[in-house]
Design a protein around this ligand. Structure first.
Ligand SMILES: NC(=O)C1=CN([C@@H]2O[C@H](COP(=O)(O)OP(=O)(O)OC[C@H]3O[C@@H](n4cnc5c(N)ncnc54)[C@H](O)[C@@H]3O)[C@@H](O)[C@H]2O)C=CC1
Ligand SMILES: CC(=O)C(=O)O
Ligand SMILES: [Mg+2]
Length: 545
């Protein structure tokens, strides 16, 4: 395949070595007589809002980001709630599915299995090696809940990195979207004349491992100050690459660790509200996971600390958690299972397999039901009503993305619990009125975590991303709600405050890195908390409009 090197800020005719520049002032007569910045902001927003389909809006914003990054990020920061569903989930999912059709210009680095043996020389073509700080790397094998999209998965790396800039003030020039092309098993793409990836089925684990070893080594040589975020690898490889490389290079897996952190945070706030309504202690919560892939198991692992922080032992914490996969409740006597499911497999259940979710709810009697299954509508009215019958304030988090794969809608959850649900979904739902009050859905999406976690790890120059840093990001997020946000029973802060939250999380992550001794910017140790927070803010890039 063609290796595409031109970064997203270049228009293809500029020289590769060029840094992103704000557009220079045109010479007299080459621009309209009146081109006021403030009016132009309104003009760009009006152009966006005139588009009727979300995908058209995505394409417009993608062009704007390329032509005028300052304007794009200015609009983004001023209109976060409006922009995130376009540049991120759900629309980014549709953009990825159609990536080879809507493609206009190169963005990021595509490296294929055919580059094995010369990966270093490909990476060195990236124009701003010294500036690179964060790469989001996918192989397109499980994009959101949409399956194997091959190189069309590049869109998720691009989307996540836009949120790094918007949410954490990472400089645009420091972001490196990467898509690895190991082939695709999706026949539709193999048959599509416009598909831009290798026309072959995915390679096996052995050549993939050899490729990944070379890739990770060459990344550390080409980009010595880089943090890597692994994104949307299929579950087996998500766990495999995390374990293989996490002690060697600074990296984390967003779907396992970022999702774990964001859900722990929302769960802490939900559990307090739920326990206040039931009068039962926090340690009495029982969590049922519907879906046991990288996200389900990643979240279950992180939620262990909800219980251990309350004083339960590891064994007691594990006993508060049940997992369900496509074969039903996961229990030892069921027979052999994938390694990542074994830790939570129940030893105390020896009856016949239970497959139906309603039967499982009746058996477990959970206080919380979390969906990471990609099964749209799995939390049907009967399921929601069963949760409401068991709990004064049931916790229901349908976390699958994009919206069309959500296990239930916010409307259904509110309606079938008479407004009592404590709700967070992976993709956004609008707020709704119920019994003369407005109820706000939470968005339990790792976008609240990875910008701050990444910024903290970058500023600390962390040599590794430890579990304690991930936990610190989660607890930082849980703490960051204002009294006003808590008065509305919000589980997450308002998205408009993403920068403030990102800075606070980054500070907490730096402190955790220092405690773990993985920080290489040791001068930050001397700063007070207030000084460190001010330092983090001072490092955030701002659009110049
Ligand atoms: N909210 C967030 O921030 C995030 C959400 N996700 C979402 O989580 C979902 C799952 O992602 P992965 O874990 O990587 O995928 P996966 O495909 O590895 O896992 C899906 C799990 O659901 C189970 N499942 C499938 N059909 C089922 C059925 N009929 N009944 C019961 N269980 C069933 C599978 O057995 C598997 O355990 C995706 O939609 C993804 O978008 C992932 C990461 C972050
Ligand atoms: C949000 C995200 O990372 C996912 O759905 O995969
Ligand atoms: Mg993901």
């Amino acid at each position: 395949m063609t290796i595409i090197l031109t970064p997203y800020w270049s228009n293809g005719v500029q020289k590769l070595k060029m840094a992103p520049q704000p557009p220079s002032k045109p010479k007299h007569g080459l621009a309209p007589p009146v081109l006021d910045d403030d009016v132009h902001v309104r003009r760009c927003l009006a152009q966006l809002r005139s588009k009727t389909s979300p995908l058209e809006k995505y394409i417009y914003l993608s062009a704007l980001k390329h032509e005028n990054p300052d304007m794009f990020y200015k609009l983004c920061l001023d209109n976060m709630a409006e922009f995130t569903p376009i540049i991120y989930t759900p629309t980014v999912g549709e953009a990825c599915q159609k990536w080879s059709h809507i493609y206009r210009r190169p963005e990021g680095i595509y490296i294929s299995i055919k580059d094995k043996g010369k990966i270093g020389s490909v990476l060195k073509n990236w124009p701003k090696l010294d500036e690179a700080r964060i790469a989001v790397v996918t192989d397109g094998s499980r994009i959101l809940g949409l399956g194997d999209l091959g190189v069309n998965g590049m869109g998720i790396s691009v989307g996540k990195l836009s949120l790094y800039v918007a949410g954490a003030g990472i400089r645009p020039v420091s972001t490196v979207p990467i898509c690895l092309d190991f082939g695709t098993n999706t026949q539709k793409y193999l048959d599509d004349p416009l598909y831009m990836g290798l026309r072959q089925r995915r390679i096996g684990d052995e050549p993939m491992t050899a490729f990944m070893d070379e890739f990770m080594h060459e990344m550390s040589v080409a980009f010595p100050k880089l943090l890597i975020q692994f994104e949307d690898f299929s579950t087996d490889h998500a766990f495999m690459w995390l374990e293989r490389f996490r002690n060697q290079y600074p990296l984390f897996n967003d779907d396992i660790q970022g999702t774990g952190a964001v859900v722990l945070s929302g769960f802490i706030n939900a559990a307090k509200l739920s326990s206040a309504a039931s009068g039962k202690p926090l340690t009495s919560h029982k969590i049922l996971f519907f879906g046991a892939g990288s996200a389900g198991v990643g979240v279950a692992m992180q939620l262990m600390s909800f219980f251990t922080l309350q004083g339960l032992s590891e064994k007691e914490a594990r006993e508060r958690i049940w997992l369900v996969d496509s074969q039903g409740l996961i229990f030892d006597a069921r027979g052999p299972m994938a390694e990542h499911k074994q830790y939570f497999s129940r030893r105390d259940y020896t009856g016949p397999p239970i497959k139906d979710l309603l039967d499982i709810i009746e058996y477990v009697k959970p206080t919380a039901l979390l969906g990471l299954s990609t099964i749209s509508g799995a939390f049907h009215s009967g399921v929601i009503q069963a949760m409401a019958a068991l709990n004064a304030r049931p916790i229901i988090f349908p976390l699958s993305n994009p919206v069309k794969l959500s296990e239930c809608t916010f409307q259904d959850a509110v309606q079938h619990t008479d407004g009592q649900v404590l709700f967070a979904s992976g993709s956004p739902f609008p707020e709704m009125d119920w019994n003369s009050r407005t109820i706000h859905p939470g968005q339990g999406n790792n976008m609240y975590i990875f910008p701050g976690l990444g910024l903290g790890a970058i500023l600390a120059r962390a040599s590794a991303v430890t579990d304690t840093m991930v936990e610190a990001s989660s607890l930082g997020l849980a703490e960051s709600l204002t009294d006003d946000e808590r008065s509305f029973d919000l589980l997450y802060p308002r998205i408009e405050r993403i920068r403030e939250i990102g800075a606070f999380i980054a500070k907490e992550v730096i402190r955790a890195a220092q405690k773990a001794g993985v920080d290489r910017s040791t001068d930050l140790r001397r700063m007070s908390d207030a000084e460190l927070l001010a330092f983090v803010h001072s490092k955030m890039w701002n659009p110049m409009v």
